[in-house]
Design a protein around this ligand. Structure first.
Ligand SMILES: Nc1ncnc2c1ncn2[C@@H]1O[C@H](COP(=O)(O)O)[C@@H](O)[C@H]1OP(=O)(O)O
Ligand SMILES: [Mg+2]
Ligand SMILES: [Mg+2]
Ligand SMILES: [Mg+2]
Length: 309
């Protein structure tokens, strides 16, 4: 194959792009059958056949190509001996035309963790809000979220009618598959959860003094709203998101000049032994906003409520 000599980081990104796309086809196909096979993993925490099969596809494909890289998927350990049709071995050749930033050209496998959320926005998927669904694959180097792929299976290209788009970001290289837009400067639009709200989440939102609040599903979709110029900030003062929800969105957003941290303004860490929950919530801002200014608006009672959990 022409590009097998590309650095490991570039091959993982290219494989993540291809397997996220295939996961998107799986998600659409399972929806078409009408048999979602919903299982409740906990309160407001559904899993469907699409979550399970998309994860098998991504994890089995990445494991086949990169057996010595640690991969952590939302749906836990999965069968790697899967049907051939679920294995994606091709790498995205368009992505491989990019030059690897020097800082990632020699990263060894043991420094890498791939965080996989095979279907982000599962509640919304089961309720028919399919636009909110994304496939997230994040690549961490030691502690930091460095690379990410966000695939949106139900995005419709208005000129070709084709379904699905894939946005990638890599620190030092920028983002691809999409041209970011800035949100209107005469408004302050905040995007937040539609299915996991509570009093603390609302208190933090009010403190931001937004001119408008968008309530949508999924961490991936909310970060896309920042990149599309539909919102200025993503505010979620609750512990529900996990490392697989934020690794890819953080890497993509930051490659585009934005910032994603906890509600206190600290970056999460993504090494292989870290705990999964993002206990201190999510605060993300587009490239036009001052992240520090928003952190300063978080009231004491919200900080205390989050730190006491
Ligand atoms: N309480 C929770 N339990 C499980 N997952 C959660 C919870 N809160 C948030 N999440 C995950 O974070 C994503 C973003 O949250 P929200 O849509 O509420 O802003 C959700 O789609 C879900 O990911 P997933 O759909 O992959 O399970
Ligand atoms: Mg889930
Ligand atoms: Mg998720
Ligand atoms: Mg998920």
């Amino acid at each position: 194959m022409a590009f097998t000599s590309a650095p490991l980081m570039m091959r993982i990104m290219a494989s993540s792009i291809s397997s996220a796309r295939r996961a998107g086809v799986i998600i659409r196909d399972i929806m078409k059958t009408g048999e979602l096979g919903i299982v409740d993993k906990g309160k407001d925490d559904p899993q469907t056949e699409a979550d399970r099969t998309a994860q098998q596809c991504i994890v089995a494909s990445l494991t086949k190509l990169f057996p010595s890289v640690k991969i952590i998927g939302e749906e836990g350990a999965c069968e790697l001996n899967v049907a051939k049709e679920l294995i994606v071995t091709e790498l995205d050749t368009e992505f491989l035309k990019n030059k690897c930033p020097d800082e990632w050209s020699n990263v060894p496998a043991e420094d890498l963790v791939i965080w996989v959320d095979p279907l982000d926005g599962t509640s919304e998927y089961t309720q028919g809000f399919v636009d909110h669904v994304t496939v997230l694959i994040g690549i961490a180097v030691k502690n930091a979220a460095v690379g990410g792929v966000i695939h949106q299976p139900y995005y419709k290209n208005s000129s070709t009618g084709e379904l699905g788009r894939t946005i990638w970001g890599l620190r030092g290289l920028g983002i691809g598959g999409f041209t970011p837009k800035d949100a209107p400067s005469d408004k302050f639009i905040v995007t937040t959860t539609r299915s996991h709200s509570n009093a603390t989440v609302q208190c933090a939102l009010d403190a931001m003094q937004p001119t408008e609040v968008l309530r949508v599903g999924g961490a991936g979709y909310k970060v896309l709203q920042l990149l599309e110029g539909k919102a200025h900030a993503y505010v979620f003062a609750s512990a529900g998101c996990k490392k697989w929800d934020t690794c890819a969105p953080e890497a993509v957003l930051e490659a585009a000049g934005g910032t994603l941290t906890d509600m206190l303004g600290q970056h999460y860490v993504y090494h292989k032994d870290v705990e999964f929950p993002n206990r201190l919530g999510v605060l993300a801002t587009s490239r036009t906003e001052s992240h520090t200014k928003l952190v300063e608006r978080i009231p004491h009672n919200v900080r205390e409520a989050m730190q006491s959990k």
